[in-house]
Design a protein around this ligand. Structure first.
Ligand code: NAD
Length: 329
């Protein structure tokens, strides 16, 4: 199947090439999909998209007009695709539901540990010859209550890691994971109770209508003073302005964010010689107790290999049967 890969990066190209072998002819473009770049799809049957690609109503119509019938997503999340429109246009869309969940779960733990033990400040002081410890006091995670929002594939791995740390676990999900209850003693609660009881809250649910701005002013007001917030899911689940207010008034002691609500057009690019016209982002970056990474939670060799292999197998299944087991509808 002739496939155009949008938003290609050095980190994923070799994995995709290796997985495709002689099975599919991949053409790589570094450009993200948007209204202008959609015309590049002319002459292809399929496109492979990344989270930075905007598959909205307009671009989907343009892709369809240019002959595209298949959209292979190189991600678990599909909040960047207007699925209703895609279905209307009879485009097939498949995601990669299961690549290394360890990558994202371990990154969430990395953010949490780095914030709690003030690793960035410690490093900064080290190079200033300032060996005082007064600003570096953390707390034992052992015995603390960790609230996990979304206990699916990644949330499950995160929960098990925190169980290993000796934490008390609280979960909020629309589906209860019975095996996880047996394995970790996680207690499922309402969203409100999770907010009220947790010392740390880590987000692992998808972004959808129900979770958009789930963590807003109202939610922050319920939380324990000094809570740590970790988000490796999607930026839009947190209202950034409300988070900053909660950081200012001390409810949130620290936040580790791999994703940011307006990250499209910023993350994954070298903007070192440009100005970023995003006041919200500038303000967020000014907090010493906010640790930001640029949507890299998935970025391990194992995950990249998994993403590439499933993307290619989705294309193969479409070629052979017209449907793939990862079709989203
Ligand atoms: P998953 O589908 O296995 O798990 C998601 C869980 O969230 C499920 O248990 C589901 O029932 C629950 N959920 C759905 N709607 C909910 C709601 N309204 N309230 C509470 N829980 C709800 O997905 P996953 O593989 O664990 O990935 C989770 C999310 O992490 C993805 O949707 C994606 O957006 C994000 N992600 C980010 C990165 C990154 O690099 N930062 C990498 C992979 C995934």
């Amino acid at each position: 199947m002739k496939t155009l890969v949008y938003s290609t990066h050095d980190f994923d190209k070799s994995f995709l090439k290796k997985a495709a072998k002689n099975k599919h002819k991949l053409t790589f473009s570094e450009l993200p999909l948007n209204d202008t770049s959609a015309k590049l799809a002319n002459g292809f049957e399929a496109v492979a998209l990344f989270t930075a690609d905007k598959a909205n109503k307009e671009t989907l119509e343009l892709l369809h007009k240019n002959g595209i019938r298949y959209i292979a997503l190189r991600s678990v999340g599909y909040d960047h695709v207007d699925l209703k429109k895609a279905k209307q246009l009879e485009l097939k869309v498949a995601n990669v539901p299961n690549y290394s969940p360890y990558a994202s779960a371990e990154h969430a733990v990395t953010l949490l540990l780095s914030l709690n033990r003030k690793i960035l400040l410690s490093q900064e002081l080290m190079y200033k010859n300032d060996f005082r410890l007064d600003e570096l006091v953390g707390f034992d995670l052992h015995g603390k209550t960790i609230g996990i929002i979304g206990t699916g594939t990644i949330g499950t791995v995160f929960t098990k890691i925190m169980h290993g740390f000796g934490c008390k676990l609280m979960g909020y999900d629309i589906l209860e994971n019975k095996a996880l209850i047996n394995q970790t003693n996680i207690k499922y609660t309402s969203f409100e109770e999770l907010c009220q009881s947790s010392d740390v809250i880590s987000i692992h649910c998808p972004l959808n209508d129900a979770t958009n701005y789930l963590l807003d002013k109202k939610a922050f007001q319920l939380m324990k003073k000094g809570v740590i917030i970790i988000n490796t899911a999607r930026g839009g689940i947190i209202n950034t302005l409300d988070l900053m207010e909660a950081l200012d008034n001390g409810i949130v002691a620290a936040a580790g964010l791999d994703v940011y609500e307006n990250e499209k057009g910023i993350y994954f690019k070298d903007l070192s010689s440009s100005n970023i016209h995003d006041e919200l982002f500038e303000k967020l970056r000014s907090y010493a107790n906010v640790l930001l990474t640029g949507h890299q939670a998935f970025l391990t060799k194992e995950a990249l290999q998994g993403i590439a292999e499933t993307t290619i197998s989705n294309l193969s299944e479409w070629t052979e049967n017209g449907i793939s087991k990862n079709d989203l509808y």
